[in-house]
Ligand binder design. Sequence first.
Ligand SMILES: Cc1cc2nc3c(=O)[nH]c(=O)nc-3n(C[C@H](O)[C@H](O)[C@H](O)COP(=O)(O)OP(=O)(O)OC[C@H]3O[C@@H](n4cnc5c(N)ncnc54)[C@H](O)[C@@H]3O)c2cc1C
Length: 370
Amino acid sequence: MSRIAVVGGGPAGLAFARVLARHGRPVTVLERDRSPAARPPGGSLDLHAGLGQRALEKAGLLAEFRAAARPEGQAMRILDPGGAVLRDWRPGPDERANPEIDRGRLRDLLLGGLEDVRWGWEVAEVVPGGGGAVVRCADGREEAFDLVVGADGAWSRVRAAVSGAVPEYAGVTYVETSLDDVDARHPGLARLVGDGAVAVYGVNRGLVAQRGGGGHVKVYAQYRTPQGWPADVDPGDADALRAAVLDLLDGWAPPLLDLVRHGTAFVRRELHVLPVGHAWAHVPGVTLVGDAAHLMPPLGAGANLALLDGAELAEAIVGAGDLDGAVRAFEERMGARAGRWAARTAAGLERLVGADPARAVALFDEVQPS
Ligand SMILES: Cc1cc2nc3c(=O)[nH]c(=O)nc-3n(C[C@H](O)[C@H](O)[C@H](O)COP(=O)(O)OP(=O)(O)OC[C@H]3O[C@@H](n4cnc5c(N)ncnc54)[C@H](O)[C@@H]3O)c2cc1C
């Protein structure tokens, strides 16, 4: 039986491994983190019926997902910077198109039942040859496989084995913060955010706050700016980042600013993307899935596509006699789908964080059911 490894234990890598495992195929997951608890798992993800949920169905995890998900988290409210409500959409009782789940919960679902997950394996490079590939780790360990799948995210080390592409700055910087135990500690802000998310769009800037499980709220300030904003600020200095965001949103309604004022840890993220339609000449023994293959703006598609890539590649391998032929055919299908989403999310980012806030609000009308 083929020896298969996947580099990266994010949504793409774990969906891939879980679907293979479901079909009785051995797979090795090589993950840089030292353990599942090595870093905070991140915020909430909405899994679309036709993408992420389809992947979980292939993994035999749809029922468990539904039990863990928060359908009420689909609620979405849009305010103007003065605090007036422009849109207020709440899901009906049976609405299950895009329920939310915490990233950590999703990861635990996918991890359950996987036998060969090697934590603390930081892959430095993958060298193809002889139809397979050798994985080399930063600490000198190495191992040969028939197929290595790069699911190692935006700054993939596997990608260099097939492509010279590197992510480029997308013109927008996020500053992310969070509020804990919001219902007890900030009841006014809990009402403002509601069960799902609240978004506000100004000129070339925005603010989105989204509820996760357990009273956790993630807040994202978004700004269209040259790289390096805020200037002269240490990205590790929470107070300085908070002050820069408050300055950016000067004049906005006080409760909106309170979402930032009460934020705890602050992280700056300069959004990067791979070129729309990123593709590579097929290299036997190595392929890419998820962000490693098609990093795009974070507009609700990346984790969904990552899950579906992983699940579909695994299914293609299980159903094929010819491993390399199955991978090659999958790459074409994935590339076509990712290209469509990359174009759509790039256009979406232009509108959401752009010169005309009315175009941002109108985008919401195009994607939400009325
Ligand atoms: C602020 C923000 C909000 C987002 N919101 C959403 C959303 O609501 N819905 C949605 O669908 N998408 C969302 N996305 C996008 C989504 O997070 C990504 O598209 C998704 O996580 C990609 O999954 P992945 O498995 O390809 O990569 P990742 O999730 O990045 O996982 C990569 C894994 O590989 C590991 N790794 C990295 N390098 C190495 C190495 N050298 N060796 C071994 N292991 C390595 C990492 O530790 C990690 O576990 C958001 C993104 C951001 C930044």
